[in-house]
Design a protein around this ligand. Structure first.
Ligand SMILES: [Zn+2]
Length: 262
């Protein structure tokens, strides 16, 4: 393997290599898997430099393709054609080896453990440029630009409910509909069961979430609802499927189905 000296993206300043990567898994026909998902993370560590060192430490067994500092300075750690180790046990739209089919970006931010500080504007601008470039070069569809929390609900909550997904969609990255207004009415929460819960699970599963369609609103479904809210209905993240959450999900589903049949 030749040493990559030039970043794959013109928005990365330089290569800062991590040893933590492997071969993207092959499809049945022997064709190399090309990335068609983009996964965003926060580092969740108080210090960006320490987070970067960890992602480059062979002991860690974790990495990402790109790393974006608070000031927007961007490094490439793993070549895009290689399989970086950022997703872990994950699921989306039938895929479970998300590392093989995705590109991962780590955004330096202390995260929920550090009080979830705002992402600085310079960092957001740099990340948006990088994402747009990756999506264009690899033809990644908007509905496959996702949070780590979307593909691993219950296990991961990054990049968190302060991540500006609306701004990204306005900049051409990711899927967005205006969240339906919060209002009182019928809602579904942990402990309930029955046909309406099953219908709700079917909607989440159709959208891509790894959710069992068994009619039981358990802890796992609660985590999926919270993950959805963290991304698409950020005003209130409580794992309760209220009418605003369900309507927003329905609108997003309609949008993806319209684009698939277009
Ligand atoms: Zn993550």
């Amino acid at each position: 393997m030749s040493l990559t000296v030039t970043p794959d993206s013109r928005f990365a300043a330089k290569v800062f290599p991590s040893p933590n990567h492997g071969e993207r898994k092959f499809r049945d026909g022997g064709t190399a898997r090309r990335p068609d998902m983009l996964i965003l993370h926060y580092t969740g560590m108080p210090d960006a430099g320490q987070a970067l060192q960890w992602l480059c430490n062979p002991v860690a067994q974790v990495s990402s393709h790109y790393f974006v500092f608070e000031n927007g300075h961007t490094l490439q750690l793993v070549p895009e054609e290689r399989r970086a180790w950022h997703a872990g046990a994950s699921h989306w739209a039938g895929e479970t080896d998300i590392n093989s089919c995705s590109i991962g970006i780590e955004i330096a931010n202390p995260g929920h453990p550090g009080g979830l500080p705002d992402f600085p504007p310079e960092q957001i601008a740099a990340t948006l440029n990088l994402c747009r470039d990756i999506c264009e070069r690899w033809s990644i569809p908007p509905e496959r630009v996702l949070a780590h929390s979307d593909i691993a609900p219950g296990r991961k909550i990054d990049p968190g409910e302060k991540f500006p997904w609306r701004h990204f969609a306005e900049g051409g990255v990711g899927l967005w509909v205006e969240p339906a207004p919060m209002r009182s009415g019928r809602f579904f929460a942990r402990g309930e069961s029955g046909q309406p819960v099953e219908a709700l699970q079917a909607m989440f599963a159709m959208f891509g979430y790894g959710v069992a369609v068994d009619g039981v609103f358990d802890e796992k479904l609660e985590a999926v609802v919270a993950a959805f809210q963290r991304h698409w209905r950020q005003e209130k993240v409580d794992g309760v499927a209220d009418s605003s959450t369900i309507t927003t999900l329905r609108d997003l589903l309609a949008l993806t189905q319209a684009s698939r049949t277009a």
